[in-house]
Every structure is written in structure tokens, then in C-alpha cells.
Design a protein around this ligand. Structure first.
Ligand SMILES: [Zn+2]
Length: 425
């Protein structure tokens, strides 16, 4: 018992030293003693342990204030990598991030099979393996995050059901990916990956409380409080898409009638597509249909469809805002596809349905992140938060040239950060 407590204390001191070093990029032992409030022997002990683990390197000497110049230490963000995999059938995006949460490489792919889970899984794993081979990154992986759409059991690592794949039931996606990668994997909902990207690198990066509302093929909503998404017991909380808005209304994919998602989702808008069977082209057909409906110059039938969409979208948005009372709402997906006319009407109709106290006190903003990249980055940041717990997963250290301690002789400190590369789609 006593041993377990002392191990936990040691681990938290190790992470404390590591995280302060991550934030500073380059620091002396005295900086770390001041930052962490820990004693010199404790800081020295953990610096040595982190050095042995390859996470920390010596980086020359700082300016002397009279005595011996202090040794400088640097966190090595390339000592390991985290992988993010976002699957939204048929698209797959894979991103590789360094330990500071910066994207090193990202790639888009597609799953062509709509067949049995083994075949789909085989295709997905082949895409991940090819990406890692091209990046030469297989061995440096320390953690991976997998984000999937549909219903999940996060703790059991199961994808319970996913849109577009009828035979897909209770697939152990986490264990399968762990076998492929040889590192721990955390399973997340696609909507959480998008929400985390918005929180760390998107419209909500300055706030800790917001509501994320994604109108894509389906409809996903997440409330974030104090930087934590409210996920629910199985990871499916906040899926406002399956709340009833029309008694005995249109049949929804979930089997109930009149769900919001049966009116507001890419899938629901397919009925306006004027195409009999879009087949594997479904995503493109949906995108074209949404663009046509939201175009202010559309014909009479399109105008009626658009008015219905605006009405139900604003009802769904207002219901979610009234329920969670978050000060900011980030709208993502097809909500961004409309012109200024659509956006203005949407905001106006939504505000009209809000509680009076919220109407003037809620900011509605549109996401600017590229959706597929954001999902993979969010999945990887979630994995990074497991690898380095208690830390801000995305760290942008002070540029080394501005560090007051860095000796001028250390020229490598001014190297530009590595750029993210994007493979063509
Ligand atoms: Zn439903």
C-alpha cells in the first residue's frame, strides 16, 4: 500500500518536471525548482530519469551569474510520436503528431469495401501500415487514438454500430489496432475527436466551456465543461440527433420516428438529391445536394426544403443551447456550407428560440478547421493526453531564441519547427 502511494507520488513528480520543461522548451535546474516548487534532489532525480528515458537532452550551458554556468535541459518532442486515426466510413484520415502535439504528417484515404467487418478492418489496417512505412514511424509510436463514428463502448474498446456498414456489430477495434501497432490505443467517438481539435487548435482554443454542434452525415453534439467533453457512460451522451422533434414523424436510422437527425443530417437530405441510388458516390451527392439547397437562388422545391432544414436546424441548436447553457457554440460540417444569407437566418431563428437570458449571452461561431484532419488530430491529442496525463496535450513552447537562458553559441536552437506534410487526397 505504502509502496503504491510512493510510486504514484514519484510518477506525478516525474510528470510535473516533464511538463514544466515542455512548456519552457529549454530550462535550467533552477528554473524547474522554481516552476515546480520541488526540492533540488527531487528535480535532479527526475531529470536524470527522464534523460535515461530519452525524453530530455542536455542543451549546452546558460548564461553564468557569477559561478559555474548552469546546464540547460530540453524536452525532446521527437523522442516518440502519437498516431491519430479517424474513421468516418468511407473516409479515413491518419495523422502523426510529435510529443508537443504538433502534426508531423497527415494523410487521407478511403475504405472501398462495405462488406464484412474483417474485410473493412483489413483495408483500414493496410492503410495505416502504408502510412507508417512511408513516415518510417512504426517504432517511435508511444500511443495511438482511434476515433470512429456511430455507437461505441469506450471502456470495452468496441465499435458497437457504425453508419453505412450493416454487418458491423460489437467490433473490437481497439484490441485489433493495438495488435497492429504494438502500443496502447484509446478509443474515442468521432465527435469527441472533432471537439478536442476545436478545443486545442480551433475556434474554442481560448475558452474552456463550449458546445460543439456538428451537422455532417449524421448529427453530433458535445458539451465541453472545464476543458472536458461530457461523454456519458458509454461515450454517447449529447447525441441530440436522436431526440424526438416530430411525434410520429419520419423514420430514423435508429428505428424511432421523428428524430432530429431524420430532418437535419446529410443522410436525411439525400431525399432531395434527385438521384435514384448514389451508391459509393454518396458523400459527393450529399455535398452537392446541400450546396444546392443552401444556395439562395434555388428553385421553389429547394426553397421549401431549405426552409424546413433551417427550421429544424435552429430548433436542434436552440434545444442543445437551452439544455447545456454554454457561453459559446461552434458549428461545424454542412452548417459551414451555406452563404451569408443562410448563416444570418440560422442565427436569427436560433436566437428567437433561446431562453431570454441566453439569447444575448451566447456566441455562435463557425468552425474553420478542415474536418477530416481535425478529427485525426483530435484523436491523436486524446492519445497524447493519456501518454502525458495532467498536461496540456498541445504545447507550443516559447521560441528558443527568446529563452533568456540560452547561451548564444547554441545555434541549433533557431531551427524552424518541422512543417506538416499532406499527401494528396
Ligand atoms: Zn433516431
Amino acid at each position: 500500500m505504502k509502496r503504491a502511494t510512493s510510486q504514484r507520488l514519484g510518477e506525478s513528480n516525474r510528470l510535473l518536471v516533464l511538463n514544466h520543461l515542455r512548456r519552457r522548451a529549454v530550462a535550467s535546474m533552477h528554473d524547474l525548482i522554481r516552476d515546480t516548487g520541488r526540492s533540488q534532489p527531487t528535480v535532479l532525480k527526475w531529470l536524470a530519469a527522464l534523460e535515461r528515458a530519452g525524453l530530455v537532452q542536455r542543451r549546452g550551458f546558460g548564461a553564468s551569474s557569477g559561478g559555474r554556468p548552469p546546464t540547460l535541459y530540453e524536452f525532446d518532442a521527437t523522442a516518440g510520436h502519437v498516431l491519430g486515426v479517424a474513421v468516418e466510413i468511407p473516409s479515413v484520415t491518419v495523422s502523426l503528431l510529435d510529443l508537443n502535439g504538433r502534426t508531423v504528417a497527415s494523410e487521407h484515404g478511403a475504405i472501398h469495401s462495405m462488406g464484412p467487418p474483417e474485410v473493412v478492418q483489413h483495408e483500414l489496417q493496410a492503410a495505416i501500415r502504408r502510412f507508417l512505412e512511408r513516415q518510417g514511424a512504426g517504432r517511435s509510436l508511444v500511443y495511438a487514438g482511434l476515433a470512429v463514428s456511430g455507437f461505441i463502448d469506450r471502456d470495452a474498446g468496441l465499435s458497437l454500430a457504425t453508419p453505412r456498414l450493416r454487418d458491423w456489430r460489437d467490433v473490437p477495434v481497439r484490441a485489433d489496432l493495438e495488435r497492429l501497432l504494438g502500443c496502447p490505443v484509446v478509443l474515442n467517438h468521432h465527435i469527441d475527436a472533432l471537439t478536442l481539435a476545436e478545443l486545442h487548435v480551433g475556434a474554442a482554443r481560448e475558452v474552456a466551456d463550449f458546445l460543439f454542434f456538428d451537422f455532417g452525415y449524421g448529427l453530433g453534439v458535445r458539451a465541453v465543461r472545464a476543458g472536458q467533453p461530457l461523454i456519458g457512460r458509454f461515450g454517447n451522451a449529447g447525441l441530440v440527433g436522436h431526440t424526438t422533434v416530430v411525434p410520429d414523424g419520419r423514420l430514423c436510422l435508429c428505428g424511432n420516428r421523428g428524430c432530429l437527425e431524420a430532418y437535419v443530417s446529410g443522410r436525411a437530405l439525400l431525399r432531395h438529391a434527385r438521384v435514384d441510388d448514389p451508391g459509393p458516390d454518396e458523400d459527393r451527392v450529399i455535398a452537392r445536394t446541400v450546396a444546392r439547397l443552401l444556395d439562395d437562388g434555388a428553385d421553389e422545391a429547394d426553397r421549401r426544403a431549405r426552409e424546413e432544414l433551417e427550421r429544424f436546424l435552429s430548433i436542434g441548436l436552440a434545444n442543445a443551447i437551452n439544455t447545456f447553457e454554454q457561453p459559446m457554440v461552434v458549428l461545424s460540417g454542412f452548417a459551414n456550407a451555406g452563404g451569408p444569407g443562410f448563416r444570418d437566418r440560422l442565427l436569427e431563428q436560433t436566437r428567437a428560440l433561446l431562453q431570454p437570458t441566453l439569447a444575448g449571452a451566447t456566441r455562435l461561431v463557425f468552425s474553420r478547421l478542415p474536418r477530416a484532419d481535425a478529427a485525426a488530430q483530435g484523436a491523436a491529442l486524446y492519445a497524447l493526453s493519456h501518454h502525458l496525463p495532467f498536461a496540456d496535450p498541445l504545447v507550443v513552447p516559447e521560441p528558443a531564441e527568446r529563452s533568456p537562458h540560452l547561451a548564444k553559441s547554441d545555434a541549433t536552437a533557431n531551427e524552424p519547427p518541422r512543417q506538416a506534410t499532406h499527401a494528396p487526397r
